[in-house]
Design a protein around this ligand. Structure first.
Ligand code: KG4
Ligand code: ZN
Length: 337
């Protein structure tokens, strides 16, 4: 049995999670503390790196204390520390990596520097247990990728990614066009519930027969929404635009994820990243996976957006599978592939 504490600071959430990994390999989430600086960024319409770094610095030690208290543990009970080493905002990552090194050194336990995107995939194990080989659709503010994940601890095969905006970025930009607050994804999700998803037929990027099969493009869609909104001269039906835009994004994401799973012979589709919290995406993925005979795995919304549990979950898997710990000198790598 191993207790792993995970630290996440790649963007604007200071996350500290604690996972217990028994010898059976079925992880258990003991704590998941999050302190967000999102409100400090809202008035700028996007995350301000310097503000995020300072907020991490202030939130870090209290968040570790809260997580230990919630789990009913002390630092002496922790067997390993895991931390997001990249990708993400350089200054923000540095705070987490420095803190993780300090805790690992003070508690005299191994340190595991992990990839943020792999952690978005790994978090599902604390809700649904060990992951079989899966086709992962990772959709966040910075990434939109289709990956073949044979094993969490091993190399993944990128099958496709966005050629312009990430899905979350498209949600945030369209929300801004509609006068909704930052970050826009949850607001679009909410507004769309009152709207007609078939009201406006927005373009589905890269879905033509000659287009790159597993890649995404959302900038044309964003421009189409901008043109539509401009053409109305005020009086924008926000709920209908939100619902129609969301329908276009989720249509393409689920179409491509199912197609890739079928092409590469994978029985399980896993959704991860902040956009996987989207209610319509979850609903459509369930419908299309069921129709295609695929098993869908998607963590609860609170585990899809950035958090510390995802890092602890991946760390616990690495310890369980006997992976080599990182050197205490590991750098933060903002552009980690
Ligand atoms: O994974 P995440 O928390 O941070 C990154 O690694 O980027 O993802 C944040 C993104 C933001 O763009 C946010 O608007 C989007 O996830 N998001 C959503 C929803 N909740 C968060 N997008 C659509 N629907 C949601 N319910
Ligand atoms: Zn993320």
């Amino acid at each position: 049995m191993t207790i792993v504490l995970g630290i996440e600071t790649s963007c604007d959430e200071t996350g500290v999670g604690i996972v217990r990994m028994p010898d059976s390999g079925v992880p258990e989430l003991l704590a998941n503390e999050i302190a967000s600086s999102v409100e400090e960024h809202a008035r700028f319409g996007g995350v301000v790196p310097e503000v995020a770094s300072r907020a991490h610095l202030q939130a870090m030690v209290p968040a570790v204390h809260r997580a230990l208290t919630t789990a009913g543990l002390t630092g002496r009970d922790v067997d390993a520390v895991a931390v997001t080493a990249g990708p993400g905002l350089a200054g923000a990552l540095l705070v987490g990596v420095a803190a993780a090194k300090a805790y690992a050194a003070a508690w005299d336990v191994p340190l595991y520097g992990v990839n943020h995107l792999a952690a978005h995939v790994a978090v599902d194990t604390v809700q649904h247990g060990p992951l079989p080989p899966a086709l992962a659709l990772l959709v966040s503010g910075g990434h939109s990728s289709i990956l073949a994940v044979p094993d969490l601890a091993g190399p993944v095969t990128p099958l496709g990614s966005t050629i312009d905006d990430a899905a979350g970025e498209a949600f945030d930009k369209v929300a801004r066009l509609l006068g909704l607050p930052f970050p826009g994804g949850p607001w679009i999700d909410k507004a769309a519930r009152e709207g007609d998803r078939n009201a406006i037929r927005f373009p589905r990027g890269l879905t033509g027969p000659r287009d790159a099969k597993h890649d995404f493009s959302f900038s044309g869609l964003k421009t189409a929404v901008a043109r539509y909104v401009e053409s109305l001269d005020g009086d924008v039906p926000v709920a209908d635009v939100a619902a129609s835009f969301q329908e276009a994004v989720t249509d393409v994401l689920t179409l491509k994820a199912v197609r890739a799973a079928q092409e590469f012979g994978m029985d399980t589709v896993l959704l991860g990243g902040g956009v996987a919290a989207n209610s319509r995406l979850r609903e459509m993925a369930e419908e299309r996976c069921t129709a295609a005979g695929l098993t869908l795995r998607v963590p609860r919304p609170g585990l899809c957006t950035d958090n510390g549990a995802m890092v602890a979950a991946l760390g616990a898997h690495l310890v369980h599978t006997g992976a080599q710990p990182s050197d205490l000198g590991i750098p933060a790598n903002s552009s980690m592939p």
